[in-house]
Structure formats: structure tokens, C-alpha cells
Design a protein around this ligand. Structure first.
Ligand code: ZN
Length: 240
């Protein structure tokens, strides 16, 4: 079955920032959707400005993996829609949070911490080291990849201890950052990937695209156990 990927794009920098317009003339979300489509996924882009932020019950029901890029307006996301995303993840939808989206409402609600970190925009080199070479999100990657200019995100990062740390980044200024982290919440898989500042062509980078395609594969829903009861269960099961 073809996986269905929904890219949620905040859609503000494309309106206001000339650098972003030059780097992503089609939009950040559309750039991602193009390489997801090339990888064979059914893809759609929704924006914060769409009714219900583009995340209607129907869209979420049809989505296997939701990729979230936001940066400037996390607080403008409606609480009820954020909760709707959280519940969809609990039910098994994959969720990939990019760059500043560790501060997006659904991500923070899923992981349960404020996710604060150090940051600096100063055209610094970022070297992303693979720290878990056997992880599916590292499929096909060399041991390290380089982004020539990036925003520094540095430790400490107030996230709960990841269940897997696939990447750790080094920056020219000397800071390090857990830049590729995995969790599960109920049935859903969550991946946070740190690179992606809007004034650098990070989503045009071949290996970044490879990481995100790998992440979609990893985050896809799995069937898991069926017929699970959460209600009051007055009668004990038959003895084995
Ligand atoms: Zn940024």
C-alpha cells in the first residue's frame, strides 16, 4: 500500500522573507512534498492558513505520516487542532517534527517537556554524525554528512531521553546537539530532526532528503496488537 504523507507548513516565511522565497520559490512544504512524491509516496501539503490549519479529521485519518515544519507562529496553532494531532499519533500516525518544531504544540504535548535549547544564526558549518548506524533512519548514509551553513542548535536540549539518538551534530562554534531523535507514544512513532532553518537550502540537500524519506518509512503505522480492551474488565480471562 502506498504511504500517505502530509506535510504541514506554517507558510509565513514564504510570505515575508526574501531569502526564503529565493531558496524555496515553490514553498518549503512543496519542496519537501516533491521529494516525498519522488520516493513514491502519496503526498499533500497543508498550511496553517487553511481552515482547521489543513488538519481536518478526514485529512488526519488519511495520513500515515505527518511532517511538521513551523518556526514563527507555534502559539497560533489552535489548541484543539494540536490535541487532534496528538490523538492521531497515539492511534498510530507517524509524526516528524522539523527544526523549530520541537516547540510546536503537538510535539511538546507528545513528549511532555519545554524542549528549549541554545541557538544562533551565524552561517556555521554543521557536521551531522550518525550515532546509531544500524537504525533504519540511517539507511544508506555515510558516517557523517555536512551542511555548509546552518543555524546552531546546542545542548542542553530539554527533551525527554530519546529512545534512539540517530544523529548528533557538531557546529563550527563547538556546540553539539542531539539532532535526530526517536520516541514512541502509544502506537505512534515520533522523529525529531533539527536542521531546517528557512534561510539555508537545507531541504535541497540530497542526504537530508534521504534522512527524511528514511524517517517516513520508519514512522509509518504498524498494525500492533488487535482487539485490545481498555474498559473495565470484570471477568478474568479463561485460565491458560
Ligand atoms: Zn531557525
Amino acid at each position: 500500500m502506498t504511504l500517505s504523507v502530509t506535510v504541514w507548513n506554517e507558510g509565513i516565511h514564504e510570505q515575508e522573507n526574501e531569502e526564503t522565497q529565493e531558496i524555496y520559490p515553490d514553498g518549503i512544504g512543496e519542496t519537501m512534498a516533491a521529494f516525498f512524491a519522488e520516493a513514491g509516496y502519496e503526498t499533500r501539503v497543508v498550511r496553517m492558513q487553511d481552515p482547521e490549519h489543513g488538519l481536518t479529521e478526514q485529512v488526519l485519518a488519511e495520513t500515515d505520516v505527518l511532517v511538521w515544519w513551523g518556526h514563527a507562529a507555534h502559539d497560533d496553532v489552535d489548541d484543539d487542532i494540536a490535541d487532534r494531532v496528538v490523538e492521531a499519533v497515539w492511534d498510530g500516525m507517524g509524526y516528524i517534527a522539523l527544526h523549530s518544531s520541537h516547540h510546536a504544540k503537538p510535539f511538546m504535548r507528545l513528549v511532555g517537556t519545554d524542549c528549549d535549547e541554545k541557538f544562533r544564526v551565524a552561517e556555521e558549518r554543521q557536521r551531522i554524525w550518525v550515532t546509531d548506524p544500524g537504525h533504519p533512519i540511517a539507511n544508506g548514509l555515510p558516517e557523517a554528512i555536512v551542511i555548509p551553513e546552518s543555524e546552531m542548535y546546542g545542548e542542553p536540549h530539554n527533551i525527554p531521553q530519546p529512545e534512539a539518538t540517530v544523529f548528533i551534530s557538531w557546529f563550527e562554534g563547538g556546540e553539539v546537539f542531539r539532532s535526530g531523535c526517536c520516541w514512541r507514544r502509544q502506537r505512534g512513532r515520533i522523529f525529531y530532526f533539527a536542521p531546517g532553518h528557512e534561510t539555508y537550502p537545507i531541504f535541497h540537500h540530497d542526504q537530508v532528503q534521504q534522512i527524511l524519506v528514511n524517517a517516513v518509512e520508519w514512522a509509518q503505522p504498524v498494525q500492533g496488537a488487535v482487539d485490545v480492551t481498555y474498559r473495565h474488565s470484570p471477568d478474568p480471562p479463561e485460565p491458560l
